[in-house]
Structure formats: C-alpha cells, structure tokens
Design a protein around this ligand. Structure first.
Ligand code: SF4
Length: 502
C-alpha cells in the first residue's frame, strides 16, 4: 500500500500552500485536491482583500530593496523554475520569485538568499512573523509559516544547495524573523519545527494519494473557507461533535471512537469514561466532559431554551451603554468605536453614538479613541456591556499608544469596574448553556430573533467595507459600516434583556 501511495503522490507535488492549509485544517487539503470544484463557495471579498494586500505589501518590500537581486517574478512557472536553477548555479546573491523542485516537493519561495555555503529561503508576509507577542512575552513561530519554510529548506537540501535550516520571514513590521527549524517549537513543546514539518508532509502525501481520510471540523477558520457550505452539510449529516461550542477538532478526534456524535454524547453514561480526576479521552477532564454533555443534551432537546447554570449579578443603572469596536488587523488600527445608549430601560428611545476614523491614520485613531473615552466619561454613572475580551485588550493597546488620552489606571478602572460587564466571558461562557453551535453574539442574537439589517454582517466584511470607503469616500459604504456596528451593539442589548428574563 505504501508503495502505491508513493507512486501516486509522486505525480501530485506537495506544495507550501498545501502544508499551510494542512496545519489549519487537513480536510481543506483533501477538499482542494479531491472535492467537487462546483461545490465551492465564492471567494469572499475579505479574502480577496487579504490577497490584494499581501501582493501590495510584497511589491512595496521589493521596491524598497536597496540590494541587487534577480527578479524572476515576471516569468511563467516553467521559466521561473529553469531560471532559478541557472541563477543558483551562477551564485546570484538574492533571487526573488524563484521556483524549486525536488522529488515530489515543489516550492515557490519569495526569496532565496545565498549564505552558509548555499541558499536559505525566505517569505514576505503581510502579517507578524511570530504569534503571541506581547509587551511582556516573546512570540513563538507560526506553524503555518514554519511548514512552508521547511518545505523550501527540504527541497534545497535534496538539491544539495542548502545553506542551513534557518530560513526567514520578512514581516509586516519590517523585521527579518529567523525560523530555527531544529529548535523546539516552544518552551512547553519539545518537538522541533522540523518534526512538525515531517508529520505534515507525511499527512499531505497520504491525502494527495487519496489514502488519508479526513473529516471536517467546525471552527472559526471555516467562516472564510470556500468549502464552508459543503462542510456544514457534511457536519450536520454526521451529527459531528464539533458542532458543540468550543469542542474543536482535537477533542473530537480524542472522543470519536467512543462517542462519535452529539447524540451519542448526549445519551452517554459518562461514568463509564470517568476515572477519578481523569477521563478515557486524552486532554479532556471530567468537568469539561460534563460541560460538553450538558451542551449536547440541550442541543438535542426539541425547542430547548438557553439556561443559566449559576445566578448572575448584573449592574443596575439608569444609563446602559452597549459598546463594540471595529479594527483592521492589516493596518493595525481601530477605526470605529460604537455605542448604543439606553436610558431608563427605554428601548424605543435608545440612540447610537459612533466615532469613526475618517482615514486609517494614527491621528484619526487617536481622535476617535479620545472622543469615545470622553463620551463614556460624560455618560457616567452607567453600566457598560461589551462582548469578549477584545474591547478591553484593544483599549489597553490604544492607551499604550496614546497615553495622553487616558492613563493606564483609568482604562483598568473602566474594565475592572463591576458596572462594566463582558457578556461573553462573565456570563455566556461561564454561567450559561445555549442550544447553539457557537457562542458568537451573532449566533445568540439571531437565535433570540434579532435580524441584522445587512445581508452579510461580519467583522471581516466591515474591514473590507472600510477599505473601500477610505478609497472611494462613498457615503453608502460609510452608512453600511455604521449600521452594521449599531446592529452589533443592539444585539448585545437583545442578549442582555434575554438573560434578565431567565
Ligand atoms: S470549511 Fe472548515 S472544515 Fe471544511 S475544509 Fe474549510 S476549514 Fe476545513
């Protein structure tokens, strides 16, 4: 069997894009190779925008290069491959847009740089080179970047012209971030990036040969994937466990042999799987297993209603603010702070206040932050509701960027106050059970009967609208951005009122 797989996969080159997708969702690779192309959803405008931004950034970086380089980007794929070999034989110091191949591996590294007695590969990324970086902590390599760089390095080694296992990323911050492929992935993860690559490569080969069976898993990443409709149908048909909020692929895979469906989990006698402080499922403790069973039972109960597991103490205030921000990670900017303000519980009299950056500049970001902070202070005393830690995290970031607007103590005071409530973290996630597939405010408010005015309401869509608005100045797009944000704020009010009735 292995021989057959090797033969078939030899005809299907393994590319960096395949490995990039594989570490995020193996099923994506399988669908791209073997799925019915007619079943794909259209590319979303946001994904289109990401591609364009990536290309623009790469162009900008290359135009700004102050060292001589060999540019192979304008040529066809075959030409690029041929000319890359020629350039490497000549010993050109820097090759842009090359293509390398060895055995069943095919790579299109943005850069090949002479060094270490051979070549090392690099990619230009319009994102941060590391993940999890904060003021207090160093970041760690991104797996999806690491597997791509490893593939290029593997090809160079097989060609006998590798300059070592330290490829690099040129990232959005203008840094060169080296990836040491033989180093452990992180402090707690002892496996090396190279080992992760080898595993990913073996899995990709199996999938390419049709021998690697994959199943979809519902996750945040599905929202932007072209197979979301096809996978959604399959997940429903399978009654897949990932349709339970937060369960995810790895827990599903740990449980699938004993409890393959939501129905099976709902009906299970959990005592059979719990041994003291452990369960039969790797990485899942008894409390977590019970929590997921609770969710499964509710999901399987006809006409089930959400319920509170513990009492909640909501602030009492005449003025309530429902607060939501919109940010653009590509420009690293917060462009909108929106508030729905309700006084005396009068929903009909509520009003919307928005602070929208007219341009994606620091000056505008500072202005709207300052105006929002002044607005909150003028509305006090009030209760403030937001959804998930994102608003708090981003306001801390804005405070660090513009310390003249508010002090750190003021921002900590704002979010640490008992009158400021994270509806997701403080209530929905920790004290409630919902019969829904996720806990996003969109899902919960829609479940409660609320309808967004826009046909495509999402944070990703808002970012794309903002890009178009700053380019065109079209007032209809500006209105769309504001209406969407206002509806997000109203959705929180709908959710709060529902929680109060429980
Ligand atoms: S929709 Fe989700 S599960 Fe399906 S291929 Fe895409 S990322 Fe994977």
């Amino acid at each position: 069997m292995q021989g057959r797989i090797d033969t078939i996969s030899a005809n299907m080159p393994i590319t960096a894009t395949m490995l990039y997708n594989l570490v995020q969702c193996p099923h994506r690779v399988s669908m791209d190779l073997h799925g019915d192309p007619g079943a794909r959803d259209p590319v979303s405008p946001f994904v289109q925008l990401l591609w364009e931004k990536g290309c623009d950034f790469e162009e900008e970086v290359i135009e700004g290069l102050r060292v001589p380089f060999t540019n192979l980007r304008p040529f066809s794929e075959e030409e690029r491959e041929r000319r890359t070999l020629e350039a490497m034989r000549r010993g050109d110091p820097l090759i842009y847009g090359g293509r390398v191949r060895a055995d069943d591996l095919l790579g299109d590294p943005d850069l090949l740089r002479m060094g270490g007695g051979g070549y090392v590969a690099g990619d230009i990324k319009s994102g941060a080179g590391l993940e999890g970086e904060t003021d207090a902590a160093d970041g760690r390599p991104k797996r999806h970047y690491a597997v791509q760089l490893s593939l290029y390095t593997d090809i160079l080694e097989r060609m006998g012209c590798s300059g070592g296992r330290t490829p690099f990323i040129w990232d959005i911050r203008g840094r060169e971030v080296p990836y040491d492929l033989d180093a452990p992935e992180g402090e707690r993860k002892t496996g090396t990036l190279w080992e992760i690559y080898r595993d990913a490569l073996a899995e990709a080969r199996a999938i390419a040969a049709g021998g690697g069976r994959t199943v979809p898993a519902l996750a945040g990443i599905c929202k932007l994937c072209r197979w979301r409709t096809a996978c959604s149908k399959e997940l429903e048909g399978r009654d897949d466990l990932t349709m339970l909020p937060e369960l995810g692929r790895s827990r599903r895979d740990a449980m699938i042999h004993a409890l393959p469906t939501v129905g099976a989990l709902a009906a299970a006698d959990l005592g059979r799987y719990i041994r003291g402080a452990k369960t039969a499922f790797r990485g899942i403790g008894p409390e977590t297993l019970r929590k997921f069973q609770e969710r499964a039972i509710l999901q399987k109960t006809p006409r089930a209603r959400p319920r509170l597991k513990a009492p909640v103490d909501l602030p009492r205030a005449d003025t309530e603010l429902f607060f939501d921000i919109e940010t653009d990670p590509m420009r690293d900017i917060c462009y909108l702070h929106g508030f729905v303000e309700r006084r005396g519980g009068d929903t009909n009299g509520e009003r919307y206040a928005a602070f929208l950056a007219a341009r994606p500049t620091e000056a505008e970001e500072r202005r709207v932050f300052a105006e929002s902070w002044a607005y909150i202070r003028s509305a006090r005393p009030c209760a403030i509701y937001y959804y998930s830690h994102y608003e708090r995290t981003y306001w801390r970031k804005l405070q660090a960027r513009y310390p003249d607007v508010a002090s750190a103590a003021e921002i900590e005071g704002l979010f640490g106050s008992p009158s400021t409530v994270d509806l997701y973290g403080d209530i929905v996630r920790s004290r409630m059970v919902w019969p829904t597939r996720d806990h996003s405010v969109k899902t919960l408010a829609k479940y409660l009967g609320f309808k967004w005015r826009d046909t495509d309401p999402s944070g990703a869509a808002s970012i794309e609208w903002y890009h178009r608005w700053v380019q065109s100045g079209d007032d209809a797009i500006r209105r769309r951005i504001l209406d969407y944000n206002e509806d997000d704020c109203i959705a929180m009010r709908v959710l709060l009122d529902a929680i109060r009735t429980l």
